[in-house]
Design a protein around this ligand. Structure first.
Ligand SMILES: C[S@@+](CC[C@H](N)C(=O)[O-])C[C@H]1O[C@@H](n2cnc3c(N)ncnc32)[C@H](O)[C@@H]1O
Length: 392
């Protein structure tokens, strides 16, 4: 019998753990098969009555009908639209458990895809700011609705507040709700706190559009930068003979702190988005680092095929899709002393590491550490520092 026959059937299950994507994971036996069920809005160790809402070839999706016994970390989500808007997947359980689940997710990925690799997972870095942390949000506007897209759809969930946005942005949402005129075509607005600390908003796609990428959580980002600098100091001496290649550099979030900490080192930074490299170029002039930093507007995979990379240190901070395989291959051919990989998608981190370590088993993972950049969601940043060990 196929899994399809289970559609709309009801079951009592227990949530074992959370998954990447945010759903809880349970299992049930079906025709002597151990089948995985993904259940949105669930919490670890919840005992639930569920209904199968979708069937796939190898797994099921379920929706909660009744919480029979809540897991120990379950709570009422502080935000009234937490289950409708696609933003926060984990508001229904407390922050300690959120961190625990993030660590388990990372460990499980390593166990599954890099079972032979030794690593030390350092304690997760977090701040006490579990709400009101985002310095920018993107709102959608259609008709008289202003809000976020529902998870996996283009339907707008109207909001009058957003608990993870910084206080001035929360005020701005209320103000925009009062002032924006109804619109017949979908508009998207970026609302953010700019570098001067002022709230600004602009329609995405208009000429006034600001920077394309910036880290959303200032306090955790500061801790991440500090950790990157410290981990580099621990693993190598960066003197005037040495250089750094920084891939996926944005507007220089790591570049400028690196340049300040290691003033003798030359940095070649690569970023695809010209608005970000233009901002970096401006900053290079301002900080009088023209001789120290070069910014290239290019795809990293193209750059990597055409220019030599540093044999000392390569720092990477790719988007959620991870690195192009040509980038990893070129790093493996270059064999730098150290590699610092900052990842916002652990599955891609593990995929890229597996590709690198297959070609270069002589690398050891020195540090692996989660940075809780996005509380209330299943997302997180991971810092991974690799060092080449001399083979005997
Ligand atoms: C996660 S962000 C990191 C940016 C920067 N390191 C920071 O902390 O602000 C990833 C960056 O990679 C850029 N990017 C995406 N694909 C790229 C590619 N193929 N080549 C170069 N840059 C790319 C994006 O524009 C974005 O700025």
């Amino acid at each position: 019998m196929k899994l399809e026959s289970l559609l709309h059937s009801e079951h009592i299950i227990k949530i074992e753990k959370m998954s990447i994507g945010g759903d809880g994971v349970a299992r049930m036996m079906f025709n002597e098969r151990n089948v995985v069920i993904f259940i949105p809005h669930s919490a670890p160790q919840d005992q639930l009555k569920i209904k199968i809402s979708r069937t796939e070839k190898t797994f099921l999706l379920g929706e909660i009908i009744e919480i029979i016994a809540p897991g120990p970390s379950r709570r009422q989500p502080p935000c009234p639209v937490a289950f409708e808007c696609g933003g926060c997947s984990w508001q229904q359980f407390n922050e300690d458990e959120q961190i625990h689940q993030k660590e388990e997710l990372l460990k499980e990925l390593f166990k599954k895809f890099l079972p032979q690799i030794d690593y030390q997972l350092l304690p997760t870095i977090q701040t006490s700011q579990k709400f009101e942390y985002r310095n920018r949000i993107q709102l959608k506007h259609l008709g008289s609705k202003l809000g976020y897209f529902k998870s996996g759809s283009h339907e707008i969930v109207p909001i009058s507040d957003c608990l993870i946005a910084q206080a001035p942005l929360r005020k701005k949402i209320a103000e925009l709700n009062e002032t924006l005129k109804p619109t017949a075509e979908l508009k998207k607005y970026e609302v953010k706190i700019n570098q001067e600390g002022q709230v600004e908003h602009y329609q995405i796609g208009e000429s006034s559009e600001g920077l394309a990428f910036s880290q959303v959580n200032n306090s955790v980002n500061d801790l991440l930068i500090e950790a990157v600098l410290n981990s580099i100091s621990k693993v190598m001496q960066l003197d005037s003979e040495k250089s750094i290649t920084e891939l996926y550099a944005g507007s220089g979030n790591f570049t400028f702190p690196l340049a300040k900490k290691f003033p003798k080192v030359k940095i070649n930074a690569v970023e695809l988005n010209p608005r970000l490299t233009a901002a970096a170029a401006e900053n290079i002039k301002l900080q009088k680092r023209v001789k120290q930093i070069n910014f290239f507007t290019a795809k990293c995979e193209i750059y990597a095929l055409n220019y030599p990379l540093s044999r000392n240190l390569i720092l990477l901070d790719p988007p959620r899709s991870g690195c192009h395989p040509d980038v990893i291959r070129k790093i493996a051919d270059t064999i730098p002393e150290n590699i610092v990989y900052i990842s916002c998608h652990p599955t891609m981190l593990v995929r890229d590491l597996a590709l690198l370590l297959k070609q270069r088993p002589e690398y050891r993972i020195q540090y692996l550490q989660i940075f809780d950049m996005f509380p209330q969601t299943d997302h997180f940043e991971t810092l991974c520092v690799l060092t080449k060990v001399e083979s005997h």
